[in-house]
Ligand binder design. Structure first.
Ligand SMILES: [Zn+2]
Length: 89
């Protein structure tokens, strides 16, 4: 049973989905960092104690997380030729 988020140790996690065959797995999501995992994944993905140190987050890390890059405005000159493909006549 999952008691906290493997990535940030937050204790509020919720079950998003459960396996069609009851009791096989659940998909669980952290309410704070949104890390999502399936309970049938290995301990390094599902247990805080086994989660890789390099990928762990703290509350401070989350508070200081960089802004997600904005989507740039749409181009008005169309895609480059390499993307457009051969001209049809
Ligand atoms: Zn988390």
């Amino acid at each position: 049973m999952t008691d906290c988020c493997p990535r940030c140790a937050h204790e509020s996690v919720r079950t998003l989905y459960s396996s069609p065959v009851p009791g096989v797995w659940d998909v669980v999501q952290c309410a704070r960092c949104l890390y999502t995992w399936r309970t049938s994944e290995p301990d390094r993905r599902t247990r805080r104690a086994a989660y890789p140190q390099a990928f762990r987050l703290t509350e401070e890390d989350l508070a200081n997380a960089a802004e997600v890059p904005a989507v740039p405005p749409l181009r008005t000159d169309g895609p480059p030729a390499a993307v457009r493909g051969p001209e049809l006549s």
